[in-house]
Design a protein around this ligand. Structure first.
Ligand code: UFG
Length: 338
């Protein structure tokens, strides 16, 4: 029997490449569709690779038809909260308009299952921590808003076209690298806390900025729920199985329910690396909520998702191994914006 083909947009990116790895290990055939604007060709460990932009509707349609695609996992997007504040048009274009066009093509080509990379940023400044999926979406930055719009489109479309179902996975702070250190985060212009902390430890930067020490949190720095990439990847496979079996649309948080402050991340990064780098308090970064922690009861109950790596040391350790490997191999992406 032929392996089932699954279209993965943005499959050469950080999260996409881990999901592609797992699809392959599960005996599925990922069809990776990526324009390599932020992804890396060598991160695609299996399946077929197509160099394509989601704006290229004819190529997208041809790909879906050629590979007889029934399921799509959509990653291709812009993801930096702070960047979205200065570039709202780019974010709405890439995350809302282009995704809208993709959804339209999916409807026209009879796609049945759609897994969407959403984000905890749709919650804005949550009134509770942990926060459940039932909370109202009140995003405070263009990134979160651009993802919220797509969730709304998906909800309406799935009601109007009963053969089309989706699962929106609201990611909290994804971090860490592949257990065998084959793939990991390699953005052209890193902005994420852990990457910057590790690269500061490696001596690439003179110091790490701590954006905001006056939040209403125990140590004054912002709190996030860091989820290991392998646990997040597994959620996508379970989402696909659920869609195929249940044919129902759902929204799930992806996080551990454990919050860590920026200072805690810095402390554990120093422990893991054994390097005492400089971390300097500075102003808050625009668009940053003080605290984002997931209530992940629903995904555990409904998809049977079991977090295996709820351990900041392990998360940072895998990212550290990856960063050392990247630097050693001179394989870091440089220059252009991500
Ligand atoms: N931070 C610093 N110094 C840095 C970088 C970050 O103090 O050099 C702080 C930020 O201000 C924030 C925290 O570390 O308080 C985490 O910041 P990241 O940039 O690592 O991640 P974000 O929380 O801004 O965003 C990430 C993803 C989004 C996703 C969000 C969900 O990039 O796509 O997590 O919480 F929506």
């Amino acid at each position: 029997m032929n392996k089932e083909n699954v279209l993965v947009t943005g499959g050469a990116g950080y999260i996409g490449s881990h999901v592609v790895r797992d699809l392959g290990e599960k005996g599925l055939n990922p069809i990776v569709y990526d324009n390599l604007s932020t992804g890396n060709r060598e991160s695609v460990l299996c399946g077929q690779f197509i160099l394509g932009d989601i704006q290229d509707t004819p190529l997208l349609r041809e790909t879906i038809q050629k590979y007889n695609i029934k399921s799509v996992i959509h990653f291709a997007a812009s993801i930096v909260v702070s960047e979205s504040v200065g570039k709202p048009l780019e974010y709405y274009e890439n995350n809302s308009i282009n995704t809208f066009q993709l959804i339209k093509t999916c409807i026209e080509t009879g796609i049945e299952n759609f897994v969407f990379s959403s984000t905890a940023a749709v919650y804005g400044i949550p009134k509770t921590a942990p926060i459940a999926e039932t909370a109202i979406m009140t995003p405070i930055n263009p990134y979160g808003k651009s993802k919220m719009v797509t969730e709304m489109v998906l909800s309406d479309v799935s009601k109007a076209y009963p053969y089309f179902n989706y699962i929106a996975l609201r990611y909290f702070n994804v971090a860490g690298a592949d257990r065998e250190v084959r793939i990991g985060q390699n953005y052209k212009k890193p902005t994420h806390l852990m990457t910057l902390a590790l690269r500061t430890a490696l001596g690439d930067y003179p110091h790490l900025n701590i954006f905001g020490t006056d939040y209403h949190t125990a140590d004054g720095t912002a709190i996030r729920d860091y989820i290991h990439i392998d646990d997040l990847s597994n959620a996508h496979l379970l989402a696909l199985e659920y869609l195929e079996a249940e044919k129902k649309s759902r929204v799930f948080n992806c996080g551990y329910g454990t919050g860590h402050s920026v200072l805690e991340v810095v402390k554990i990064t120093k422990e893991v690396t054994g390097i005492d780098f400089l971390a300097i308090p500075t102003n808050r970064r625009p668009g940053d909520p003080p605290e984002l922690v997931a209530d992940s009861t629903l995904i555990q109950k409904e998809l049977g998702w079991k977090p295996l790596h709820n351990d900041l040391h392990y998360i940072i350790q895998t990212a550290w191994e990856w960063e050392k490997k990247l630097k050693g191999a001179g394989r870091r992406e440089q220059g252009a914006e991500s």
